[in-house]
Design a protein around this ligand. Structure first.
Ligand code: GCB
Length: 593
């Protein structure tokens, strides 16, 4: 799915602003057809933003179920005859959209974009009512997974229910990314697939175009420009290859981007549609002990992140986006993982431009059934329905992110239960689907489970092992002196079993900024530094390690619980993006690596 863009033939209107909003306390809006008329007694709500923390109302913050958004939109007469769409960057987690009372889209799966074609029903030259119902409920059939807990006792009022889930970030919901009104001609470039190769000093760019056509005859032309706007190659047709002699490669920390200008022309040679796509030429390969980008060994260094901030929750914000990039640059990060869901398209574009390498993770998180002893992979928990949804989300993610040079690997899940045989069968299928959709990138899976390597069944089907470890935190609390030995003793057998390279994809300690102790104790800044240093001594002894991602870039919100003090405090920056002592330590280490 192409990112919306303005061009000679396309328009984009940003619908960010204040929308109307209404909580659907007991879920009667659909039955009462709230989409048929303006919402009764709405309040104001910003878009994009999570709705949870905008008001002081606990009922809104903790709401489980449906919420409704509405706004009026003037659609210009000029757009008559165009393909006019509403495009949602992300609605968490399920959304239904109506325009003037008619349903135009339904999408399951937050974090990924979807659009609604309103060309045939929009009131051109007049006002239109957009109504969106967003549901934040997670079930065993959705990703992330979750379930609704209800109570049948005298300690809870009738109807009391909570959303249970086995993941460690706040279930912020709503219209979290921009909503846009887009228009293209009816014959338009629907999708572009770019794959790149190298041949000596030359770069080869293979392309294939999907053109949605309402006219039978058209021709396509692709021109490739370098960063100085010089034409370096060109081709015609909906499929082809172009050669760039003396190619400038896209490299980590040194990104070079070409621009493909794709044009569709009618029989008389007049322009019908035009789209400009940034692309980078680079290769990715995995050996038993190395991750090669452009045939050079690459070591992943950086932090995992979250889309998380005060007030807006997971709401998209340009200022925070850039703040985080400047801090990633300052700390010396060359990579990140989109833990635990696809990040905004704007984030991916910046990674392309700044040369930040990305492990792109789908929202397969919380895949654990720990409330009883039942197996996780069965028909009542993680079932064939979850698997079908998982594959659909992989397809949507790959469709969205396939052309980003920054994306070097697809991560198909974070910390699912791995030691059931059925986990092997489940992830064999997800990995196969992923490879079928994109044979050019390796596949990884993250485990945090301390099991015997041979009992991590999904690892048979992936290319890179990602392992999360919290020595001296969740195990042996207080004993940082054990970390180096445990890392070496524990990780070596994983490589001996699987002969695949390994990234420690999470390690860290909760740390309250400004808390100090000597000797160090848990939760102090000294303890975080001591632990990270000990991990690093271990990592430096393991030749099959290809990366270290600290958990986490910044403190972030979680659900409330006895293990969390106003959220997860494992950030090396605070939630307001101020450095803890560990940030300086990492900056020093990563400058040297
Ligand atoms: C993990 C999870 C991450 C948590 C982290 C922690 O293994 O992948 O989502 O936030 O541990 O801090 O416990």
């Amino acid at each position: 799915m192409l990112y919306p863009q303005e061009s000679e033939t396309r328009d984009v209107k940003d619908l960010s602003g204040i929308w109307k909003f209404k909580l659907d306390g007991v879920g009667r809006g659909l039955a009462e057809q709230w989409y048929k008329a303006p919402l009764a007694d709405p309040i104001d709500m910003p878009v994009p933003s999570s709705f949870n923390e905008i008001t002081p109302d606990k009922a809104i913050r903790d709401h489980v179920g449906e919420v409704w958004y509405e706004r009026h939109l003037f659609v210009s007469d000029r757009l008559q005859g165009q393909r006019v769409c509403l495009r949602f960057g992300s609605a968490e987690h399920t959304a239904t959209v109506w325009v003037n009372g008619t349903e135009v889209a339904h999408h399951v799966g937050g974090f990924l974009p979807f659009e609604a074609d309103i060309s045939d029903i929009a009131n051109f030259g007049g006002n239109n009512r957009i109504t969106v119902m967003v549901n934040n409920v997670l079930t065993w059939d959705t990703l992330p997974t979750g379930y609704i807990q209800t109570y049948d006792d005298t300690n809870h009022p009738e109807g009391f229910r909570i959303q249970q889930h086995q993941f460690d970030f706040y279930n912020y919901a709503g219209l979290n990314r921009q909503v846009l009104l887009t228009s293209t001609p009816k014959t338009y470039i629907e999708d572009i697939l770019i794959r790149t190769d190298r041949d000596g000093k030359a770069g080869i760019v293979h392309y294939s175009l999907d053109i949605a056509a309402d006219a039978k005859s058209f021709s396509a032309k692709v021109s490739l420009f370098d960063e100085d706007a010089q034409l370096v190659a060109a081709s015609t047709g909906t499929e082809g290859s172009m050669t760039i002699s003396n190619v400038r490669l896209w490299k980590p920390g040194n990104a070079y981007l070409y621009e493909a200008v794709v044009e569709v022309l009618d029989e008389s040679g007049s322009l019908v549609d035009i789209y400009r796509l940034s692309l980078g030429v680079r290769s990715v390969k995995v050996t038993e002990t190395q991750f090669l980008i452009n045939d050079e060994p690459f070591y992943f260094q950086g932090c995992c992140k979250h889309e998380d901030m005060d007030v807006k929750g997971r709401g998209f914000d340009h200022a925070m986006l850039l703040k985080d990039f400047y801090l990633m640059e300052w700390i010396g990060a060359n990579s990140t993982r989109t833990s635990h869901y696809p990040y905004s398209e704007e984030f991916m574009q910046l990674c392309d431009r700044k040369g930040i390498v990305v492990i792109d993770e789908v929202q397969a998180v919380g895949m654990r059934c720990e409330e009883d002893s039942t197996q996780t992979y069965n028909d009542t928990h993680i079932s064939s329905r979850t698997l079908a949804h998982h594959k659909k989300l992989m397809a949507e993610l790959i469709k969205r992110d396939k052309n980003h040079p920054c994306v070097v690997m697809w991560n198909i899940a974070n910390e699912p239960i791995v030691n059931e045989k059925k986990a092997g069968e489940y992830f064999a299928e997800v990995a196969a689907t992923t490879r079928e959709l994109d044979p050019t990138r390796p596949v990884s899976l993250v485990t945090g489970d301390v099991v015997k390597p041979e009992e991590c069944y999904p690892f048979e089907y992936i290319d890179v092992m990602c392992i999360n470890r919290y020595h001296s935190w969740y195990s042996d609390p207080g004993h940082t002196e054990l970390i180096e030995m445990q890392i070496v003793n524990e990780l070596t057998p994983w490589h001996e079993k699987w002969h695949k390279p390994l990234i420690v994809s999470e390690y860290g300690t909760d740390t309250i900024a400004g808390m100090h102790a000597l000797p160090a104790v848990m939760f102090t800044e000294e303890y975080q530094c001591e632990a990270l240093e000990a991990f690093h001594r271990g990592f430096d002894r393991l030749p099959f390690m290809i990366g270290e991602h600290v958990w986490n870039f910044a403190d972030f919100a979680t659900k409330q619980g006895v293990k969390r003090v106003v959220g997860n405090k494992k950030g090396v920056f605070t939630r307001q993006r101020q450095p803890k002592a560990a940030a300086f330590l990492l900056r020093k280490r990563w400058a040297k690596l």
